[in-house]
Design a protein around this ligand. Structure first.
Ligand code: ADP
Ligand code: MG
Length: 361
């Protein structure tokens, strides 16, 4: 298995803002590591630099201790799956999968056995003679994965490989891809703009915006401990408050959200809370499910926010409310079994103790 180090790599095309601006990432052996961010943030450019299709403007790329920054693509032993699969429609499944082996010195017998193994890895045993254009989208996706695996790559690179599938198939396939990757034990760099996909598959996620990394962490941590307001908003839905630090206690930062509402965020090393100082303007993230609602409250506590319900959406498991709070629209989700509020209702919103999280603005 192979470690991958991106050491301060950047890519700047002439006349435009940098596509990738000094990215440093350490990807562990056998890890499924995801680059997540909106369209245009530099995910594909980064992946292509690792594959060798794009030459970095600065920085180094290492596979284990070998510097591959200037190595040709075919010397890096990476397997790549593209968004559109790039399969040959006139070839059979086996013809497509064997394509990657053509440039390699393998006997005909070895070739057959490796194609069979790769097809088996993706659950397509016995499909070798089928024509590509006779396969479903999901099956074509697996052929593309088999073609990447057949060369026994040191590093597997997947660029939005599920975006051509419908929603249900996408959900099934992400579990399959992770299982295949873990079974094969190949280090994998995965690219997506879909946060649910990233959360469900990855060991760790790097959240990117405009060529820069905001956070590298486990799915749990990017969700519950977002580093920045951008991450809080991009992963799931979140309410981000511009706020002021009013006091610092031994384990918590005391923050005023506005209109006198006071909440406390835990102090955690290496996060925004650790560098808080009294009087500074900061931001606080509160997930929709970290807020409880009281309809037509009789009294409102100093830690609560009062607002008016704008919309109420019943989805079965949860009720989702949009609530106007001094011109800012907050999102609150409440288990569906609990009492409902209606548009126009006045509600008190109480942040759950311990789920208030301070982020870099
Ligand atoms: P993503 O995959 O995250 O959507 P890309 O890596 O494709 O983003 O692109 C990042 C940025 O680099 C975009 O602004 C894009 O327009 C720009 N870019 C990518 N390739 C080129 C190119 N060959 N020439 C100029 N600009 C490019
Ligand atoms: Mg892309």
């Amino acid at each position: 298995m192979t470690r991958v180090l991106l050491d301060n790599i950047s890519k700047t095309y002439p006349g435009v803002a940098p596509s990738v601006a000094g990215l440093t990432l350490n990807i562990a052996e056998g890890e499924l590591f995801t680059l997540l961010g909106p369209s245009g943030c530099g995910k594909s450019t980064t992946l292509r630099m690792v594959a060798g299709f794009v030459q970095p403007t600065g920085g180094r790329i290492l596979f284990d201790d070998t510097d591959v920054t200037n190595a040709a693509p075919n010397r890096r032993n990476t397997g790549m799956v593209f968004q559109n699969y790039a399969l040959f429609p006139h070839l059979t499944v086996a013809g497509n999968v064997s394509y990657g082996l053509n440039a390699r010195k393998v006997t005909a017998a070895q070739k057959h056995s490796r194609i069979d193994t790769a097809l088996s890895q993706v659950g397509l045993d016995g499909y070798g003679d089928r024509r590509i254009d006779m396969l479903s989208g999901g099956q074509q996706q697996r052929v593309a994965l088999a073609r990447a695996l057949v060369i026994r790559p040191s590093v597997l690179l997947l660029d939005e490989p599920l975006s051509n599938l419908d929603a249900k198939l996408r959900e099934e396939t992400r579990t399959e891809i992770r299982a295949t990757q873990k079974e094969a034990g190949i280090t994998c760099l995965y690219v997506t703009h879909d946060q649910a996909e990233a959360m469900s598959m990855s060991d760790r996620i790097a959240v990117l915006e405009a060529g820069e990394v905001h956070q590298v962490a486990s799915p749990r941590d990017v969700y519950h401990r977002p580093a920045t307001a951008f991450v809080a908003r991009f992963i799931g839905r979140s309410n981000v408050f511009t706020s002021e630090v009013v006091a610092i206690e031994s384990h918590t930062v005391v923050v005023r959200l506005g209109e006198g509402t006071i909440v406390k965020a835990p102090i955690v090393a290496d996060t925004a809370s650790a560098s808080a100082t009294v009087g500074m303007t900061t931001a606080v993230s509160l997930r929709p499910e970290a807020i409880s609602l009281t309809v037509n409250p009789v009294t409102v506590g100093s830690h609560e926010l009062t607002g008016r319900v704008l919309t109420a959406e019943f989805t079965g498991a949860v009720n989702i409310y949009e609530v106007d709070w001094h011109g800012q629209t907050l999102v609150v989700s409440v288990p569906g079994a609990l009492d409902r509020a209606d548009p126009g209702d006045t509600v008190a919103m109480a942040p759950a103790q311990g789920l208030v999280w301070m982020v870099h603005p």
